[in-house]
Design a binder for this molecule. Structure first.
Ligand code: GLU
Length: 509
């Protein structure tokens, strides 16, 4: 690597919620910066006013914060190279577009959107695609074709124009991609004359992106594969602007693929199969449509980061669990693969389970408390911690805690019918009544002591254990689930245990 200071940027456009692929791009940039003691920057690319979505920028920032991917420079943070929102840098780009015109690398085009549309339709009718550039530009309404006077007259009369890049003819543009190796594009075969500057006075993505990467001293451009076709234009722009010597290195990340079938992971895959593709919940400001988020679905950011890191990168070992810090030490672009990586929603859950199990009982109890509060349950810290300790192993998500433990906090309102018909016999109420009398006499209400008293009583009566244990469990929890029965008794408390036995006798009869 060159001795240039590593400065990387995540440059999203605020056009909607950030897809998990976008978060992975941010993550890989962040990790690359960490690995090389560099700087991770956030730049908001909002020059396309027609695609601006309110709330999207806030969403992006909140997502990065949730994941712990905090930039050192960015909107709201500041930095030496600000502002970091392109709309606030608006006035800065025109001079570069003008410079490109003077040096012959760009030209004015006066064609109206309607004219371009007509050309497109005409080409379509001939089963061709219209492209503005080599082979067509000579005959269109632009400064390459018009005389200098005509151009000047149009400009002074305020006619709307765009500035287009003048693609050099039949040139091979070759660039080394840090993931893909050497990539070559031929200008005549694959590149049109992209608009650099729009009639609304704003630069397009291409111009703003290159100018800002240059001005912000970006050393490496790490972004999604969908931007690979833009690379030759960007490379030529560096050349045209005289910035070749400090041009950043490029790395294009592979796609994240659908769990089944072909193509890029989309929101629809998530909707169909029941998993989120966005980091946080998103409410579309226009339609009110809600998209689920990893955070709201109960994922820990550690799990989300870990699973994203392994989509396209691998450590070269079998190790699968990494903290953000470990990733920052291990990450390298050489270990990023070229081909897309399939997303596995089951594996995502598996990661969450791991981080769930890593948490201490006290940490989980703290996360469980607001859930209980929402359910209107009042319970002491000690009981909550004990319940969590009992059921932790069966859970993957904080939300599982309630599903696995609600009966510790509320008496059953109904009883599982199957269990009733299988386990509740005619003599069950009588037996359970005797058990509740026995329980009254247990003075040290601890699982061990309850079990001891129970066993002695059962032996004396010569009753089969299952004959009593199963309906007893049914009375206490409403079904045949849960941990050790005597632990349940202890946690419910003596009074509640006896109350539930009476209730079951009354209700089931
Ligand atoms: N604004 C572009 C995006 O939305 C940035 C692409 C790049 O990183 O150059 O992804």
């Amino acid at each position: 690597m060159s001795d240039k200071k590593v400065r990387v940027r995540f440059a999203p456009s605020p056009t909607g919620p950030l897809h998990m692929g976008g978060v992975r791009t941010a993550l890989f940039n962040y990790l690359f910066a960490k690995k090389h003691n560099g700087e991770f920057i956030l730049r908001i690319e909002d020059t396309d006013q027609t695609r601006f979505v309110p709330g999207a920028e806030e969403y992006i920032i909140e997502s990065l914060n949730w994941c712990g991917l905090t930039p050192v420079e960015g909107p709201g943070i500041g930095g030496e190279f600000g502002p970091y929102r392109q709309s606030e840098r608006k006035d800065l780009y025109k001079k570069y577009a003008d410079q490109l015109i003077s040096s012959g690398w760009a030209y004015y085009a006066f064609d109206t959107p309607e004219e371009i549309d007509a050309l497109r339709k005409e080409a379509e009718a001939n089963k061709e695609t219209f492209s503005y550039g080599i082979g067509t530009r000579e005959n269109l309404n632009n400064s390459l074709k018009l005389s200098q006077e005509e151009v000047q007259q149009k400009l002074t009369s305020g006619e709307a124009y765009v500035i287009r890049f003048k693609m050099p003819e039949d040139t091979d543009v070759t660039e080394e991609d840090l993931i893909r190796g050497s990539v070559t594009f031929n200008t005549t075969k694959s590149l049109d004359d992209k608009v650099l500057f729009k009639s609304d006075g704003m630069p397009t993505y291409h111009l703003a992106n290159v100018v800002d990467d240059h001005l912000m001293k970006i050393s490496h451009v790490i972004r999604g594969e969908e931007w690979l076709p833009s690379m030759p234009l960007h490379v030529l722009l560096y050349k045209a602007l005289g910035w070749e010597a400090t041009k950043p290195r490029f790395a294009h990340l592979p796609l994240i693929l659908k769990p089944v079938g072909k193509g890029k992971l989309s929101k629809r895959d998530g909707d169909k199969m029941g998993f989120p593709v966005f980091p946080l919940k998103w409410t579309d400001p226009q339609t009110g449509d809600i998209s689920r988020g990893y955070r709201e679905d109960g994922y820990f950011p550690e799990a989300f980061i870990n699973l994203l890191a392994l989509l396209g990168w691998n450590p070269g070992t079998d190790k699968e669990f990494f903290s953000l810090e470990e990733l920052g030490e291990l990450f390298s672009l050489e270990r990023v693969v070229k081909s897309g990586s399939r997303f596995d929603p089951e594996k995502a859950k598996w990661f969450n389970k791991h981080y769930f199990q890593e948490k201490t009982v006290d940490e989980l109890a703290l996360l469980f408390k607001p859930v209980l509060k929402e359910k209107g349950v009042e319970a002491g810290d000690e009981k909550i911690a004990k319940v969590v300790a009992e059921i932790k192993e069966r859970c993957e998500f904080v939300s599982d805690l309630w599903d696995q433990s609600y009966y510790f906090f509320e008496a059953p309102e109904s009883y599982d019918e199957k269990t009733v018909s299988k386990r509740w016999k005619e003599d069950t109420p009588g037996k359970l009544s005797e058990i509740s009398v026995l329980f009254e006499s247990v003075s040290d209400w601890k699982a061990e002591a309850i079990k001891e008293a129970f066993s002695a009583f059962m032996n004396e009566k010569e009753w089969g254990f299952g004959v009593v244990m199963n309906p007893l469990r049914l009375s206490l929890v409403g079904g045949n689930m849960g941990p050790d029965l005597f632990v349940i008794c202890e946690l419910l408390g003596k009074e509640e245990t006896i109350k539930r036995i009476q209730l079951a006798i009354e209700k089931i009869g």
